[in-house]
Design a protein around this ligand. Structure first.
Ligand SMILES: CC(C)(COP(=O)(O)OP(=O)(O)OC[C@H]1O[C@@H](n2cnc3c(N)ncnc32)[C@H](O)[C@@H]1OP(=O)(O)O)[C@@H](O)C(=O)NCCC(=O)NCCS
Length: 181
């Protein structure tokens, strides 16, 4: 399978490339973007390493993250990234994570991109279940996940040591039949 490019009405979602490093880093370094993410704000070389590491890799390979970027079709501007995680111990499930430039939030781009990623996960990767995990304080993310029809499956209390304090973890998921329904 060659690395996919997903096209939605307003977005192109394509694999992260080395040349994207500065733009992705600019977005990830914003405190409001990094606040509930498990990673620390990256520097451009770190983002470039992510791009190099996934060259020749297929999204969905067990035990890997595959990083996509979202680009506005109207202008070519990069507005965020999406990670697709394929756990090492499960071949019928993937996890998605997303970061969107605050300058472009509240316009439905995240939900549009996530719908395309759900379609890719179920139609191309043929997984049975897609999950997302978020901090209960992350209201924008919870709104987006529920708008996508994802179910809240678990609320783990203080299960993560996160940026200097214990934090809760909410797990959302959607099954293939729920997506198709
Ligand atoms: C989580 C995150 C991606 C959500 O982004 P978002 O822009 O709020 O989400 P959406 O793209 O779905 O936009 C939804 C909003 O756009 C509005 N909207 C405007 N135009 C729209 C359109 N054409 N279509 C759909 N919605 C539209 C909706 O009404 C909705 O508003 P509401 O939230 O007040 O109800 C974003 O907050 C983010 O990047 N946060 C930082 C990183 C992070 O924490 N990621 C989550 C970890 S997985």
């Amino acid at each position: 399978m060659s690395p996919p490019v997903l096209v939605t009405p307003r977005l192109e979602i394509r694999p992260l490339q080395r040349e994207d490093a500065a733009e992705v880093q600019h977005i990830r370094a914003l405190p409001e973007v990094a606040r509930y993410q498990w990673w620390e704000p990256a520097d451009p070389p770190e983002v470039e390493r992510l791009a190099v590491a996934q060259e020749g890799r297929e999204p969905g390979a067990r035990g890997t993250w595959f990083q996509f970027v979202m680009v506005l079709r109207s202008s070519g501007m990069l507005i965020g990234d999406i990670g697709l995680h394929s756990p090492a111990d499960a071949d019928a499930e993937v996890e998605l994570g997303i970061s969107l430039d605050p300058a472009h939030q509240g316009e439905g781009y995240a939900a549009e991109a996530m719908r395309a990623m759900l379609g890719f996960s179920f139609d191309v990767l043929r997984v049975h279940r897609v999950r997302c995990s978020t901090d209960p304080r992350n209201r924008a993310c919870i709104r987006m996940l529920e708008a996508l029809g994802m179910r809240r499956e678990a609320h783990f209390r203080e299960s993560l040591w996160f940026k200097g304090a214990w934090a809760d973890d909410l797990v959302y998921a959607i099954l293939e039949q729920e997506w198709r329904g």
